[in-house]
Design a protein around this ligand. Structure first.
Ligand code: C2E
Ligand code: MG
Ligand code: MG
Length: 698
């Protein structure tokens, strides 16, 4: 019914035409641009009412104005009989909307009228999808290219078919250098397996989202970078055909956690293992066989810290750590478990013979002098040893055993000591003692003994040193060395010192009342001068007993003051301003400087008894005479303690020492037993010399 020109029989043609009209393919015939035939699909495409509405319409009515020129030129070529390819253009539908079509036209001759058969395809949806895909591809590429994330595609054979710039950067290279290479070329040899297994697993499928792995790749600078990667298989997807690897450079994170781990297991000052690591190493070593644990504690290290300062102390500790480290084998572990406590773990050692040489080497290395600035000193260590499994089967137990053995070595000033059952008993005893110490004052178990001090020139008794004794109900008399360190550790020392002050000051009053003009010397522990209430307590005691402050002498050692010179000095000044006298005990054994000696308000130096010698040993003349000369220069009284012989007494008097004290002149005794007369020796000597003191002879 459309046709102006009707070929063949009318009914046959109509049937044929109607059939074609129903084809689900947009197709039309135009003659000089006028539509003469169209299929129903064209009606749908251009959105007109029906086929009737297309009849006689101009083809150009349905062309997008911008594409009109191209389409018309095309039509002209077709109508002129030229061949044409499919071409794309936009149509404008009856409802005003546009669509993209691809059309192929063929010249169609109807008698002498030239027409064209046009087959049209609606490609709008496809173009839309393509555009979307293109846009998302652009977006993705931009993301991947600029992202710090490392993205790569690895083919089933292990070839890098795609690498993002970040991937190349992590290798220190250009993308071109890396793309197309075998992934294994960049991997740490130990990690190749990890990746191969991962790819193998992904190749086998079925694949869940992502399998992760951590591996190392080599940067151009030679360093290994750690990557943490998630791999997803896209082997089935032809466009990708590989495993997509998303990775992150976690080198810094791993380094930081390694540092943290090191810090958690190592002592920051010396870099040596700390207690945690030591216990771990002991456990490991014990699994391999017998193991030795050696505990070394520096002797008198505290003096260095106190007198030269913590900074010097730290340098010394680092030096000691180095010396120990250099003295052991590579499988041994050296650790620091306390301020000046070092530990060695020596595997495969079950007897003293196995470690004797090592321990000797360390002990002698430690004794080499240490120089720091102008200071030069020698250190020694007390050494305790425990063996596994004999003395313990846990790290903690072995450390405790070695510690107990070390403690004995220190107390007995002996060489390296191997743990034995007595050490255990002793450490239990120490524990028991510390609780009993607290109650000792309440239970009246302390007593002061007094050791007389004589003026060497006249033989006159001038005072006594108060020395503390603990009468333990079951252990008997415990000397100060046996409990004072414990009292220091537990803090009981404060109460004890106050009791000593009170008792000694009361004793002076008693002597005064008996007509004796005597002073008393009381020993202070390091913490006394750090006790802010100490000075007040001393003054209160003097006032309470009505004793002149000059009659109280407080003995301090160089360490006592050096623990905290500022505080000590202010307490000492306050007391000394009020008349209390200070004496430097054990002089010559510490590390104090002469500057301090000048600054301290002291009136007396006590030459340490190690220089005076014992009843058969000789006096160290050089040191004694130097100290006496120094005292003269500084205007201080000089006392010799530990005098055990007549010869020593004679010598000290002739050397110009002012005061003498020692077993030869009088032992420490309870106040009631103190001989207030003159010692035979001093008097005898002076009589023999025929000096002015001869009238004192009994
Ligand atoms: P120190 O102050 O140097 O006291 C002298 C020590 O030498 C006393 O020992 C005394 O008994 C002893 N000694 C005296 N003459 C001789 C002698 O001729 N030869 C020998 N070999 N030794 C002699 P002790 O009583 O065992 O006291 C030891 C240390 O304990 C004292 O040394 C002192 O530093 C400390 N100490 C004693 N009592 C107290 C106290 O009440 N408080 C404090 N903080 N420390 C005290
Ligand atoms: Mg003393
Ligand atoms: Mg002394």
């Amino acid at each position: 019914m459309f046709f102006e020109v009707q070929p063949g029989s009318e009914t046959g043609d109509r049937r044929y035409r109607e059939l074609v009209e129903q084809l689900d393919m947009p197709m039309l015939i135009h003659v000089d641009g006028t539509i003469v035939f169209a299929t129903q699909a064209v009606v749908d495409l251009v959105r007109v009412e029906d086929l009737e509405a297309l009849k006689g319409r101009q083809l150009v009515d349905f062309i997008h104005p911008d594409d009109l020129e191209v389409v018309v030129a095309h039509m002209v070529r077709i109508l002129a009989g030229e061949p044409s390819e499919r071409h794309r253009y936009r149509i404008r539908r009856a409802d005003g909307t546009d669509a993209w079509v691809a059309a192929a036209a063929t010249p169609y001759l109807l008698g002498d009228v030239a027409g064209a058969l046009v087959v049209i395809e609606d490609i709008t949806a496809r173009l839309d999808a393509e555009a979307k895909l293109r846009a998302s591809e652009v977006r993705y590429r931009a993301l991947v290219q600029n992202s710090a994330d490392i993205v790569a595609i690895v083919s089933a054979e292990g070839r890098l078919t795609y690498v993002s710039p970040a991937t190349a950067a992590v290798l220190g290279r250009e993308v071109d250098e890396v793309a197309g290479t075998d992934v294994r070329r960049w991997l740490h040899p130990d990690d190749s397996m990890v990746i191969e297994r991962l790819i193998g697993r992904l190749r086998e499928g079925p694949l869940g989202e992502g399998s992760s792995a951590t591996f190392r790749v080599r940067h151009q600078d030679g360093a290994w970078r750690h990557l943490e990667a998630i791999a997803t298989s896209r082997l089935d997807e032809p466009a990708i055909a590989g495993v997509v690897v998303n990775a992150r450079d976690v080198t810094d994170r791993i380094a930081a956690s390694a540092r943290l781990r090191r810090m958690a297991l190592h002592d920051s000052l010396t870099g040596l293992a700390n207690r945690t690591l030591i216990e771990d190493r002991i456990k490991l070593a014990m699994q391999q066989g017998p193991t030795a644990v050696v505990m070394l504690d520096l002797n008198r290290f505290k003096d260095i810290n106190d007198s030269l300062g913590h900074a010097v102390g730290d340098v010394v500790l680092a030096e000691i750590a180095d010396r120990i480290r250099r003295s052991v084998r590579s499988g041994d572990t050296v650790g620091r478990v306390g301020g000046d406590e070092f530990v060695l773990v020596l595997p495969q050692a079950g007897r003293m013979q196995d470690i004797g040489a090592t321990v000797d080497r360390i002990v002698s290395n430690l004794q080499e002098p240490i120089e720091h600035g102008t200071s030069r000193f020698r250190l020694s260590a007390s050494v305790g040893i425990a063996f596994a499994p004999e003395h313990g089967t846990t790290g903690e137990g072995l450390l405790r055993a070695a510690d107990a053995a070390m403690y004995r070595a220190k107390r007995e000033r002996s060489g390296p000591s191997v743990y034995d059952h007595r050490d255990r008993e002793r450490s239990i005893e120490r524990l028991a003692l510390s609780s009993e110490l607290i109650d000792a004052i309440e239970l009246d178990q302390f007593e002061l003994h007094y050791q007389p001090k004589y003026d060497l020139a006249s033989g006159r008794l001038i005072g006594a040193e108060a020395l503390l004794r603990w009468f333990h109900p079951t252990r008997g008399l415990i000397p100060p060395d046996g409990f004072l360190p414990l009292a220091e550790d537990t803090g009981a020392i404060h109460v004890i010192t106050r009791w000593v002050i009170d008792t000694a000051v009361a004793q002076v009053r008693a002597w005064t009342e008996q007509g004796h003009d005597l002073s008393v010397a009381v020993n202070l522990s390091p913490s006394s001068l750090q006790d802010p209430a100490f000075a007040d307590h001393v003054l209160a005691a003097l006032v309470a007993e009505g004793v002149a402050s000059e009659r109280l002498v407080l003995e301090v050692t160089e360490q006592t003051v050096m623990a905290d010179p500022e505080t000590a000095l202010s307490v000492m000044r306050r007391l000394s301003d009020l008349g209390v006298r200070f004496s430097v005990d054990d002089f010559g054994t510490g590390y104090s400087s002469l500057t301090y000696l000048r600054m301290l308000p002291v009136t007396e130096l006590k030459i340490d008894r190690s220089f005076i010698g014992d009843d058969c040993g000789a006096v160290d003349h050089d040191i004694v005479e130097t100290i006496i000369a120094l005292s003269r220069r500084l205007g201080l009284q000089v006392v010799a303690e530990g005098i055990e012989s007549c010869d020593a007494t004679d010598y000290l008097r002739s050397a110009g020492c002012d005061v003498g004290q020692g077993f030869h002149l009088g032992h420490p005794v309870p106040a009631a037993e103190l001989d207030l007369g003159r010692p035979a020796c001093v008097v005898h000597e002076r009589a023999a010399h025929g000096s002015a003191g001869s009238h004192l002879a009994s």
